[in-house]
Design a binder for this molecule. Structure first.
Ligand code: NAD
Length: 460
């Protein structure tokens, strides 16, 4: 079956889905949940083949995260779809207003390689919950998991409802020519712009889940041991290939030495042993990261810690790099790997200025016990999400919107926010038959109508 044929079939199906009972959507979600539970080992194996990711990390970051998402949708869908009444004003007296959630129609989902199962399935859950058909294009780099996604979808759904097309840029480009009703893209800001441009041809709505350089501020008021452990975990989880990983750490000058000693210790405790650490996805990315580090060092940066690496298994150990110069790749681009760039500051204003000099990040973190410092950083910087005294875990929170802002993304996902993203919030106004307030304003205009208009302008 080729892309155009499936797209056509999904067009007809999407019209049917408009009147599909909610229990049919819940049934599909339950089938998906049951498949995930029954195929835990297949998911572990596929992700291991792509990223050499430890089983426990696959269970937590891929399987459990998607189970949480699907369970939430199953439990809440009947409330999410319930039309929400809106209050009316005197000028609209006699009318009833409500927001009705209709499926957008045909959705395209394009996903990346770094959490290859979770980032394909989570938006799929939202799209199904909202009553859409889906064409999913997973990453060509995480080939084993992409194949598993295809098998999963073929085992669960007819292709007029959900279909997977694997492949690279060529397949994405073909798909992006089609007039989808919504495009949900997760990936880099560079490709996000290509997707948005393609969507503009058909005025398709978009959700862009992108990346960027997420800052992590460590204030002098911090508990060093606690901060170092949480930062080490979030930075080196998945070998730093996490969209919301702290990209660079900005630490107060007064505690820099002791913080860095502790950060190094925690890196060894958490990720030093066999079987607890993920590899770099590909040789290309391994080489990119090595070259970026070498370039920074040539330009004057100092590697103050570097754990063992092995190009053959693409294991790149955690490292800490200080004094990274402007203009180097490490300083200018999202690192997306296990290199932790560290700078120091003496005054929170300096940290805020640096964060504000860069495009808005996907996440911003602060470790501090001083509430005034936390408040200043929260209010004077902008990011998709903000966490105090922890890293990364906000991604998995079941009730909060997840997404970026401008360069780090457009739109939100997860739970009800994901459902809304794939729904058209149609406003429905029901007017009474016969006399209505609005008729008092219809032409022909006379003294009485003018009085009504004056009244309206003055009070409503
Ligand atoms: P990418 O942008 O290179 O690729 C993402 C997807 O887009 C893939 O399926 C790929 O095949 C497709 N693609 C690539 N080039 C394309 C083109 N020219 N035209 C159309 N489609 C194209 O991203 P990646 O390397 O897979 O993932 C890493 C990036 O994703 C990082 O920037 C990371 O921060 C971001 N990310 C964001 C989130 C989030 O939830 N916000 C989650 C994970 C990753």
């Amino acid at each position: 079956m080729n892309i155009n044929e499936v797209f056509e079939k999904q067009g007809a199906k999407s019209l049917e889905l408009r009147t599909d009972p909610i229990k049919a959507r819940i049934r599909r979600l339950k089938d998906l949940r049951d498949w995930i539970l029954a195929n835990r080992t297949r998911i572990q194996e596929a992700v291991y083949k792509d990223l050499r990711k430890p089983q426990e990390e696959v269970d937590l970051c891929e399987t459990w995260v998607t189970l949480g998402e699907v369970r939430k949708a199953i439990r809440n869908l009947k409330y999410w779809v319930m039309p929400k009444p809106e209050s009316t004003s005197l000028a609209f007296i006699g009318t009833k207003a409500e927001v009705y959630y209709e499926p957008k129609g045909r959705a395209l989902i394009i996903s990346p390689w770094n959490y290859p199962f979770n980032l394909g399935v989570n938006p799929l859950i939202s799209a199904i919950a909202a009553g859409n058909t889906v064409l999913l294009k997973p990453s060509e780099i995480s080939t084993h998991t992409s194949l598993l996604l295809k098998e999963m979808v073929e085992e669960l759904f007819d292709d007029d409802l959900v279909a997977v097309f694997t492949g690279g840029v060529d397949v994405s480009t073909e798909l992006l020519k089609l007039p989808f009703d919504h495009i949900f893209f997760t990936g880099s800001p560079r490709v996000g712009k290509i997707v948005m441009e393609a969507a503009s041809k058909h005025l398709a709505s978009v959700t862009l889940e992108l990346g960027g350089k997420s800052p992590c501020i460590v204030d002098e008021s911090v508990n060093i041991k606690d901060a170092a452990k949480k930062i080490a975990w979030g930075k080196w989880l998945n070998a730093g290939q996490t969209c919301v990983a702290p990209d660079y750490v900005f630490v107060h000058e007064k505690i820099k030495t002791s913080f860095l000693e502790q950060l190094q210790k925690e890196a060894e405790i958490l990720y030093g042993g066999e079987g607890s650490y993920t590899s770099i996805i590909s040789e290309d990315h391994y080489n990119r990261l090595s070259q970026w580090k070498d370039q920074a060092v040539e330009a004057g940066a100092r590697v103050s810690y570097e754990a063992e690496s092995n190009p053959e298994t693409r294991r790149m150990g955690p490292s800490i790099v200080e004094d990274v110069g402007k203009g180097t790749h490490l300083n200018e681009n999202e690192i997306f790997g296990p290199i932790c760039m560290v700078k120091s500051f003496t005054d929170i204003d300096e940290a805020i200025d640096l964060v504000n000099s860069r495009p808005k990040a996907l996440a911003a973190y602060i470790f501090a016990r001083n509430k005034k410092v936390v408040e200043q950083f929260k209010r004077r910087t902008s990011a998709g999400s903000f966490a105090v005294n922890d890293t990364v875990i906000q991604f998995g929170h079941p009730s909060m919107p997840f997404g970026g802002v401008n360069n780090s993304g457009i739109g939100k996902s997860h739970g009800r926010y994901g459902f809304l993203e794939f729904s058209n919030q149609k406003s429905i106004l029901k007017q009474r038959v016969g006399f209505t307030m609005a008729k008092n304003l219809y032409p022909p205009y006379n003294k009485f109508k003018r009085l009504n208009i004056d009244f309206l302008l003055k009070y409503f």
